[in-house]
Ligand binder design. Sequence first.
Ligand code: ZN
Length: 104
Amino acid sequence: MARTNTRLDHDLRDEFFDEGKRLDAEPETRPASVCWLCDGRIDYNVGAGTAPDSHHLDHYFPVSTHPELQQDPDNFRHSHMLCNQQRGNGSPAPELGDMVPDWW
Ligand SMILES: [Zn+2]
């Protein structure tokens, strides 16, 4: 089962970004919107995937090993674009044909 990039995937990413932005707007809920990899605040004022500290939807269980969880919101984590890229997908070697960025 290959990673999908359907309309639903796109909508899920948009919704997840909006949720993070809402959480970030209130000091009480902001801790839930920070990058789960570095605990740093994410810049929700710029579009997802447009800058190193912009928002990325990271998958707690990488899609490469858990494709069935790609569209499961319980598997979503807010992260920085840079942190997500540095984390990679945990697979030992680059996957052939997986050159499309995860977030787009
Ligand atoms: Zn980070």
